[in-house]
Design a protein around this ligand. Structure first.
Ligand code: ZN
Length: 290
């Protein structure tokens, strides 16, 4: 089985607020163990977390060995105050503060740095990404600082401007990457950046009733078109479901994501080899060099 290259153990795929509340006055091992057991049961031996503000992924890394899982974490994700990201991490105002957070994550045992450079897809306003993307000069500096500290960078990024800026800055992986165009996909193909599309964060919303299915369908179709292009151009790609996000349960998430790839591209040896290669890159890069 493939690894899960994007999960948030702090969330449960159902109700973010309730799930986080459970850990508010101290991390609960029982919940973490339940999710780890689910992964173990499916034969998933590699999980890369996207971070949280309460130390859940940090604790998960400590426990994961008991379940035969190689667990990687950024500890918390880093966002610019006033921009998207407070849900999974900590904010900064100045580059000095950002650098401080990088050092803190590193001291707490982070395997890599997770940054948030744009908002989310706007399900009520198709074609848009929420909020303002960070300017590319800023992203450049953030990636530079993390790399100087010997840490790889996982970047939560959507939209043409955001992904182009992240790839130019040399992020090691782009997460989500919704609403790219062909030019940006070509840039990705020419780079060393791995794209983790997290298709099921959109696909699993179909029919859930929270959003208009016509909007979900059109975002899905855009994602399918981009995935086909990425496959043609052999962008480096890996499987990650953003497990814990709404309608994306731990375990099922990565199975659904894999199935989505096979549905869109065909269940071929080539697709499987392509995905394996991407995961190998993630496993190699997103580890601390001690
Ligand atoms: Zn995430």
């Amino acid at each position: 089985m493939f690894g899960e290259c994007h999960a948030h153990l702090i969330m449960d795929g159902l109700n973010y607020k309730k799930a986080v509340e459970l850990h508010r006055d101290g991390v609960k091992d029982g919940i973490i163990r339940k999710h780890l057991k689910t992964y173990q049961g499916l034969g998933v031996t590699f999980v890369r977390d996207g971070g949280d503000a309460l130390g859940v992924s940090k604790r998960a890394k400590k426990l994961a060995g008991e379940y035969g899982i190689d667990y990687r974490t950024p500890i918390f994700a880093i966002h610019k105050n006033g921009h998207y990201g407070a849900i999974v991490g900590r904010g900064f105002d100045s580059m000095k503060e950002y650098h401080g957070l990088v050092l803190e994550a590193s001291a707490e045992g982070a395997d890599f740095i997770k940054i948030m450079t744009t908002g989310l897809m706007d399900f009520d306003n198709h074609g848009n990404v929420t909020g303002t993307p960070l300017p590319k000069e800023e992203v450049q500096e953030m990636v530079h600082i993390a790399h100087e500290e010997g840490m790889a960078v996982m970047s939560h990024t959507n939209g043409v401007y955001g992904v182009a800026a992240a790839v130019e800055a040399g992020v090691d992986s782009v997460e989500h990457g919704n609403y790219m165009d062909e030019t940006v996909i070509s840039m990705l193909a020419d780079s060393e950046t791995v794209w983790v599309p997290t298709l099921v964060t959109v696909r699993n919303l179909l029919g859930c009733g929270r959003y208009e299915d016509t909007v979900i369908r059109s975002i899905m179709e855009n994602g399918e078109k981009n995935l086909r292009l990425a496959f043609e151009k052999r962008v480096k790609v890996a499987l990650g479901s953003d497990a814990g996000a709404y309608m994306v349960p731990h375990g099922d998430g990565i199975m659904n994501e894999y199935q989505a790839f096979l549905t869109i591209l065909g269940a071929t040896h080539e697709v499987n080899e392509w995905l394996k290669e991407g995961e190998v890159r993630i496993r190699k890069k997103f580890r601390r060099e001690l």
